[in-house]
Structure formats: C-alpha cells, structure tokens
Design a protein around this ligand. Sequence first.
Ligand code: ADP
Ligand code: MG
Ligand code: MG
Length: 867
Amino acid sequence: TKQIYDFSEGNMKMRDLLGGKGANLSEMTNMGLPVPHGFTVTTEACHEYQQTHQLSKHLLNDIDQAIQTLSRQTNKEFNGTSHPLLISVRSGAAISMPGMMDTILNIGLNDQTVVTIAELTHNERFAYDSYRRLLAMFGNVVYGISEASFDQVLTDTKNAHHYESDLDLTVADLKQIVSHFKNIYEISDKGVFPQDPKEQLLAAINAVFDSWNNHRAQIYRRENHISEELGTAVNIQEMVFGNYGENSGTGVAFTRNPSTGEAGLFGEYLLNAQGEDVVAGIRTPQPVATLKASMPDTYEQLLDIANKLETHYREMQDLEFTIEDGRLYLLQTRSGKRTPSAAVKIAVDLVGEGLIDQKTALLRLEPESISKMLHPEFDLHDLKQHDLLTTGLPASPGAASGQVYFTAEDAKRASDAGQKVVLMRSDTSPEDIEGMIVSQAIVTSRGGMTSHAAVVARGMAATGVVGAHELEVDYERKIAKIKGQIIHEGDWVSVDGTSGNLYSGMVKTRDATIKGELSAFLNWAKQNSKMGVYTNADTPKDFQKALDFDADGIGLTRTEHMFFKPERLLQMRRLILAEDLQGRKDPLAKLLQMQQGDFYELYKLAGDKEVTIRLLDPPLHEFLPHDEKEIQAVSKQTGISPEHLRDRINSLKESNPMLGHRGDRLAVTFPDIYEMQVQAIMNAVIRLAGEGITIQPHIMIPLTDSQAEMAWVRDLVTKQIKQSSNEKSIKVQYTVGTMMEMPRACMTADAIAESSDFFSFGTNDLTQLTFGYSRDDVGSFMPKYIEYGILPADPFQTIDVEGVGELMKIAIKKGRKTKNDLPIGVCGEVGGDPKSIEFFEEIGITYVSCSPYRVPVARLAAAQAHI
Ligand code: ADP
Ligand code: MG
Ligand code: MG
C-alpha cells in the first residue's frame, strides 16, 4: 500500500491516514497557499512500526523516492555541496495534540553543509543558529538528552557576556555553542550526532513514531479520551527560515480571539526566531497587529490567507506562519482551541456570517463545556477587600482561588491531598501537564496569549493569567516576588482570567448569568430539541436558578427536604413519635401550614410552567435523632423521656431501610401524611386561584411496584383533592403519576398506566434495584469495577443501556400501549448526563429533569440528540 503522500496528493478529509497536520498541509497546498513542499508518511506506516519497531524496506525505499522528488521540487539536494536541502520532520496525529509529540527542524545540517549554507547565504550567524537548534532538538528527541542541558549552555553563554537575549549571540558564540552541544552528546554517552543527513532523517522518523508512546502524550490522550490506536503520521517538509535576520520571523495566529471569541486576526510573532520560540516564551512576542506597521504587505497577505482559511474550513483556525526575508509561508492550520465562551460566540457569529447553520453550530460544543461557562465570577464587593497584586494577560477567563504551588509535582501532591491549587510558574511546558490538570488556575510571569500555559488553560477551561511581568518566581526558595511583596508556597491567591488580575487571599464569588450569545445559543438548542428539560428543585432559590437557565418547569420536588429545617424537624419528630391518631393531629396541622407556604412559593414562581411534586419518600427513622446528644435535645423539646425515645427509635430501625417502610408504603400505613401533603398542595392552588392564577397540580407517587398499590394511593390522593376543591367549590385540573423505579413496576407498566397520568423514571433507585447495588455503599467496589473495565462507567452517572435501559424500554412500550400519549420523564442523576440523554431521545423519553446547573447542559445535549 501507499505509505507516502506528497502534499499535492492529499486533502483535509484524509485526517485518519495523514494526521491532522498532514491533511491540512495538503489542503492548503491545493488551495494554492504558500506552503513549503513536503510529503506525509501515513499513520498506517506508524501502525506497522508499532508492531515491528522498525521501518520496513518498502517504506525506506519510498522515503528515498520522496526525498528525490522533494529535491526536484526545491532545486536543492540532501547533503548537497552547492544547495543543501534542509527539512523538518514533524509529528501529526489525526486528533491534534499540541506540543505533545516531537518535531525536529533543520535536518540536513552537518559540519559541511553548515559551511556551504553560510557561504551561500552570506549569513553565517543564521547557519550556525540553525545548526545549534538542530543539535539540541535532535539530542533531545532522538537520544532523550534533557532540553535543560542544552538550555544551560545558552544561558551560561548569555550570562558570561551579559547578553539580554539570544539575539545578542555572535557567530563566534554560536560556533562555540555548537561545539559545546557536541560535547553534551559525548558526555551523555547516548550516541554521537550523525553527520549523514539520511541517517538524521531516519532516526528522526523513528523518534516521531516512538513519541506516540511518550509519557506526556499518553497522559494527554487519557485526559482527552483519544484512542491509543490512532497513531501519528510524519510530515517531512522543506525548511523555511524565520531566523534568517531582522526581516524574518515566526508566529502563530488565530483567526478570532480564542479567549473571548471576538472577530479579527489575533496572534503573536517573534522576529529573527524559529519554530517553537513563540510558544516556548523564549522572548516576549509581539502582537500580530504590529506587523501592519513593520511589514504591511506581509500583514495584508496574512490577513487575506486567514480569511480564506476560515471561509474554507467554516471554522476558527489556528495558524503557524514563518516569514523568511519578507516572504510569508504557512506551516500549519487547524481548528483553534478556545474557551467555552469563545466557542459559543464564534459559533453564533459564524451562523450570523452565513458560514454555518444553527444545527452545525449546536453540534460544535461539548454539552459539558456549557457548565464551565456557568462558573462563578468574583464578587465585586468582596474584591475591594483584597489587594491587587499584579496584572497579566487575560489568557483564559474564569475566577478561581487556590493555594500557590510552583511546580507541577507540588501542585499535584497538594491537590491529591484535597487542596485547591494555583500553579504559578515563570512558564509551563508539556511536562507540567499533570499539575495543570489539577489546578484551579494557572499563572505565569512570561509568555504571551499563545504560550503553552495559555493554550492549555483555555483547552481545559481552567482560569489562566500569563505574562504577569512583575511576578518573579524563585523555584529554589519556593517563593514569588511582586514588587517587593513575597508569595510563599501555600499562600492563597485569587486569579481573574477575564481581567488578568491577581489578588491576594480568597475572594468570594457569585453566580454567573446567561446572557448575550450564550442565551441565543441556548434558545436555538431549545428550538432544535424535542425533549423537555425540567429541573429538580425543592426551594424557590433552586427553582429561580433553574428558571434563569430557562428550565421548562420542575420535574421533581422532593418534599422531604422541606422537613429538615429545625422547627419543621421538630414537628416531624412529634408526628412520628406520637402514640395515637389524636397525638398526630397537632404536628400534622403545623406541618400543613408550613408546607402549603412552600408550595405556594414554588407555584408562584412557576407561572404557567409545570411543577411536579413528589409526596414523602424516605423511611421515617431518617427524621429521628441518631446519637445520644441529639436524643437528649429532642427529649427536652418534646417532653418525651429519653428511654421512651430510644425505644421508639429502635422500633423504627430497619435492616434495609431503602427497601423498607418508605415511599407509598407510608401512605398505606399512615395515610394522614400524604393527605396532609395533598391538602397543602390544594391550599396553595386555591390561594393562587384567589389571585387569579390557575395551577394544575402534578402529584407524583414514589416507589410504586404494582397496579393495585398505585390504585390505592391514587384513590387516597384524589379523594383529598376532591374534598379540598368541594370545600372551596372550585374545579381543579390535576394529574397523578408515578415514579418508575422498581423493576416490577417496569414489567407491569401497562397495568400501572391505568392508574397513572404520567411516569417518571427514578433512575437512581431503578439502577440500585436492577444491579442490586446499594447506592450508598458502591464506593467500596465501584472504582475497581471501572478501572478493570467490568463496568464501562458508573451506572449512577451514565445510564446502563443494556440493563436498566432495557427495563425502561419495556416500561415505555407497555405504558404507552395503555395510554399512547403517556408523558414519560427521567428525574434521576442521569437526567443531566449528555450521553444518557442521547439514549433517552432514542427510546422516546418526553422530558428529563436535573439539578439547576445541569439544565443548560441537558438542553444542549437534548438538541444534539435530536439533530
Ligand atoms: P507541533 O505539532 O508541536 O506544533 P510542529 O511540527 O508544528 O510541532 O513544529 C514545531 C514548530 O516548527 C512550529 O512552530 C512550526 O511552524 C515549525 N516548523 C515546522 N516545520 C517547519 C519548516 N519546514 N520550516 C519552518 N518552520 C517549521
Ligand atoms: Mg505546530
Ligand atoms: Mg427513589
């Protein structure tokens, strides 16, 4: 099979075979953009290599051919004596893994060709600068010699001459550095630097294939759920030189601002520099906009290309470019990483510009990333109580506080110990990835908006501030200095990634709101979905939050939560402890008073949105005191003797309370509790009717497992409703439905539907009972089950399609056989899980109900499931 493609042969659809970088280099070549010539070795060749650990004869032969073609295309010769060809060897997987794998530049240089090039270009400095770069990259990538050992030589040379930057290095310095670098090879004992360009090339290709399995690439793949099997392609490309002089440079640019989504070219470059210099933060780069003044033609061309690419890909692009002696070259394009809020703005703007449609826009965002946009902002009032330490570049928005650590390892350790951490460094590199993952915020003193720290922070939606120049990190003493002030390891700081400000201490936060593009975006999601998105809310505050997030109503109010406030708990306890019916009357009357107020508030907020109220669910002993101290206190409050109390508590104890006397079983044995709750609902409805607001109550019965039981409880509920409405002689429309959370209920759903106006799957209990996993005890074994792959995921977080899902299908089919338009919801934890929502759409679920903060996530997931 063909294992090598010239850039002129591929296209952007061939990602899997050519990797993202290769496919896009081909696409750009075919668009007629200025891309240096080159070719791609396929990911299939990588697969073969992973098996045999060597390059096949067939491939070696094809590489020779391709190099000859490249010589012809460039009029240069590999190891040539008049025009030596220099190339880069670049990794590039199907899914972009920025900075995770290896690239080597300037291959083809050796002790002879460096002289030839120096003479040819009359630019000795450039030739030796390229050579020292090759020696360092090759040593690091091929032999694993630490980058630091090469950097140290550079730093020492600069210090010895009091140079400010690497630009001050003279030809003599560079020649000396080259010889130092060769020494490093010798000392390291890992191999000599091969003078034969061909040997350099093959070693580099091997190293790139090997880099697929290096530690940081593995971590990145795990973190981003990228398959181990994809493999990487290798791109071999003629070099162009940004380190040719002051009329040359290298840079990266985004077609839109990756932090805010703002339209317009956004990027940075360094003059007289090569390759990774910008990203590595060697010197502080300049904003691309300044090119407009210094190289207007080049700037115009870059702008033009950026527009072309964005229109062509219909997506925000992240470009790499190099200017060699005034001439512009494109070296890479890919869809740019961005913060969730930038992603929303860009998607909405692209729709506005007619480049994509609403549905495409909705599919461009991970539902989960929406929740990251709902992160809190700093409370402006509290902010005034804290010192502004310094300001850097606003690299990744958000507001986060944590304790400062200066190395990735220390940050990881502190985070493992349960601390919230802020990673503070002069700059970051791919080795720091583990520490960055666990950090609330990342702060660096060097680097620009496209530095490694900035890119990674945005990718992870972590708060990020970079290039805070006043900050001086002293790794040895584990401190940072800001204008004489000292930050010690473990000190609290607060980071505002939207303004770039760094504050001392922990600043209070407040909730974010949905506005602007996000609200438009979520509206589209609503219009493009079939499933309703309701919220689980027990208090007006939670409900209001969910309404702010545009919930369709309440899918589940857990009334028991209303009984846990102190004065209510007292009445609840008096009720449970009462000796006879007479003794229950007074606490019930008091509870009625309080509960009808709760329902009134919720209904009032709801307006014409639906509110589903579930009647009491947990076992009664949950309301009773648990230890001696509490028993003494309750005894004082209720006047019941401690002995008697202990007896009552013991008599209510159950060996399996979750399978015991709870839910509608309580209604059968203590009907007065449900009667009180229904009366409370009705009183609230009647009061609102007096205010001219019509409410249709939806009452939900928990734990039903048979038709007879449902019929019994329904009868209890409807009698109370009728009694209340007759008393006030008003007519109330209502529904009475059931939770579907018992396997037996699912199996007999056709019968249960006869007494039920709606179903709502309580997936927590249903999962618990289907697996036979006590959901309060799974912690002891679930992690191992997931680690060993016995379970694909925690079924309490993502629906178990095969088992629980099958029961749901049965229940839906049977339920709708009896009533073909039966509304069926889901109100368990998985109701807010995007993957589960996809399944729910498939099986015909009417609505999901989830916690308020999950509402926007579920909304987008519902739209994506429907599109
Ligand atoms: P990564 O995937 O880590 O970004 P790249 O393969 O893109 O690695 O290369 C690293 C750097 O070297 C980039 O800045 C890129 O633009 C630059 N580079 C790669 N090939 C060439 C080339 N042929 N000429 C000039 N610069 C190059
Ligand atoms: Mg790159
Ligand atoms: Mg339940």
